[in-house]
Design a protein around this ligand. Sequence first.
Ligand SMILES: [Fe+2]
Ligand SMILES: [Fe+2]
Length: 309
Amino acid sequence: MNAIEKISNTDRYARCVETSKRVRWDIDKDVIRGRRFDVANNLPDGLSLADTFTTLSADERRFVSQIQGRTYANIFGLVECFINAKVLELSHDHWFGDQVALEALVRFSDEELKHQALFRRVDAMVGEVLPDGYRFDIDPNGVAHAVLGKSTWAVLALTLDIELFTQLHYRESIERDAGLSELFKDVFLYHWREESQHAILDELEWVRHDAELTAEQRERAVDEFIELVAAVDGILQAQAEADAAYFTSKCGRAVDAAEARAIGAAFLKAYRWQYIHSGAQHPHFGKVLSGLITEKQGQRIQAALATLQ
Ligand SMILES: [Fe+2]
Ligand SMILES: [Fe+2]
């Protein structure tokens, strides 16, 4: 057992509370600071997969990055809705127990509500500089109801995947892309600062919940996790199609059917990377997951992920 493993779970919750207090930020005072979006990239090349859009000019790739930035805000607004509902539900388990754990989850929930507000602002601000016609037709409440219909184990697996990939998104935003919007960089930075605690809490809650399951329940939960990933992919497919159609109608030149298909495929590839694989391939996700499931269950999950390429 190493030093980290010796830390008790109560201490882990306490550390999350402590850090949450220390890093707490305000949407206007810290993140937006009176700024507006300009024509810079909204997502770093390593996330927007700019190189995959092989037929586009540099200006067109920037437009793609702005569209993806707006979709980023909308997707996070959506996932944070169900994450928050699940966190509030889990907090019931601590009502009359560990009050530090309860405080950690209450802060988690409060932060997600703030993040949703931040992403609504980002969506509106990017909307001010993009041409009319952008669409995001997925209803966050409808998705939240569908997701929360699955078992807690499956929802926590998906949540850890999501909250770990915000760390990678932040890292991408500070490396490699000199043309990245300063305001978007700060969105990644401040979001990551609070998400780092969420990922720790997801793991604590997931492992705690897992210990209460029978092997049969876990077996079913693995299937439900695979179903949730497929549902996320359905959302990404719909949005990739919408964003590709928006791009081709507003890019200012004719795009033939073959190029339109290639652009649609590139959007989907980028979205699958951003919202599924960048978390699923995170070493810590693999470590926590493999500690809970059998090798066979792991292979089932890997096989399902491999179909989303
Ligand atoms: Fe968040
Ligand atoms: Fe979070």
